[in-house]
Design a protein around this ligand. Sequence first.
Ligand code: HEM
Length: 480
Amino acid sequence: MITRYARTKSTLSHKLPFVKIPVPPEIGFGPLTTSLPYLTKGNGFKGFFKRMQTIHNDLGPIVRIRFMPFTPYIVSTTDPDAVAQIYRQEGPMPQRFKKTIWELCLNTKTGKTSLNDHLLRPNNIPTWLSRIDAVAQDVATRIQNEAATNNGSITLNPIISAYTLESLSSIVFGKRMGCIGPDPNVPIDERAKQFTDAIHGFFTTSERIFYIPDNLPTWFYSCIPEYKKLVQHVKFVFDFGEEMVLEKIKANDSTGTDLLTLFLSRPELSEREAISQAIEVLLGGVDTTAIALLWLLYSIAAAPNSSEIQMKIRNEVNLATGSKKVIDEEALGKLTYIRACVKEALRLYPPTNAQMRTAVDDMTLLGYDIPKGSILVMSIYVMGRNSNIFENPDDFIPERWLERENKLNRSNAAYSTIPFSMCTCVGRRLAETEMYILLAHIVRNLDLQWPSTESLLQGELRTLLTPEKPLTISCQPVAK
Ligand code: HEM
């Protein structure tokens, strides 16, 4: 039984010690104390994001949790100002507490600076746009054709994964891989499928070993079956990625606008590091964006006012593009409603449901003393569903983002931190652009419907917040 603890920052007049931060139910005593049984009750870690929602609803915007005996308490917060404070304290480099998977599984490090300053720049978007648009047009046509042969019903997962791989690889390598085209009779390339499956497997298995400390001797990990699977996935991604990269280097046909050429030309990166960097982009960008897109299409198809939302999207796309088929820079700038739809889907279903940092110094968070080195969790999913921040938080209402822009109310930190839940994600603008363009091309010609016989789709945690089952929806041609 949890005691209700609605204390918020505004009610605190003096600092309280770390041990006074509320805790969820625990068992054990001394260093053996753990909340693990409570946290995983029901369906293990799959439903952990919902359990965190219950904990914060009951205990307030800051809690401390011990997952495993003998490990330190981590601090979780859902207060937007506290989240902003955590980002501010870390300086330009994220202070993560885990080794990257490359360091853990392959003993490889990558140099991040070259990525950070290139991918984040909005003025890079025009360079990529025509490539993404070409892939999106093909994929939308394929969906239309495939749905037509099956009474409209279509399972979107393999197509959407191939879309994100095809469009991302066209930016990394400067040309398309050719893993997906408009004709559904030509199957998605088998090797590409294995690659996206390995990336998906990587995220799914990492969830299972995430809570094991990463500073134990290597032999310890090799005894864990899930860790062995993780290494296999990572090796597949790396080997296949390396094959693609080396092929590209051998072909020597660079247009000069691809990321690989950029990485290879950086004096601070060895060839090995440049290759790792290119593969890291694929690893970081394929499954995350695919999952975000699945949630976006689902949210639109399943909304009670789905037809109205899709009509608005269609009108906006037609107005922005006129008689053209392509979405160029000018048209992209006019897709305001589509942008709001993407923000809203990311608020409801952030693929990365939480972010973690370490405290770089002693700090005070919501009135509590937090010692240097503490692990801090920002529960993005819980914030996005907080009724104190968002009215009707469980509903898909893209208009809330338009109203906010009209009011120019930028004071609420949640509005700037939640929808992307990826403040230092180097691929954020690229992911958004991929989402805007594919949505525009699909909804322009198709009406998406969630089957009335189906119950609503639930999410489960596989590192990323993933739809619990494949997304099968009905896509009917729009009457012209
Ligand atoms: C909707 C899609 C995406 C989501 C939700 C997402 C989310 C995130 C998050 C939460 C982080 C960690 C940020 C941090 O610790 O502060 C991250 C980092 C990263 N993301 Fe994304 N991401 C997405 C798309 C992409 C794309 C398309 C790319 C590739 C271009 C990408 C590449 C990366 C890389 C390389 C990092 C590591 C950056 C570093 O270590 O400094 N992501 N992403």
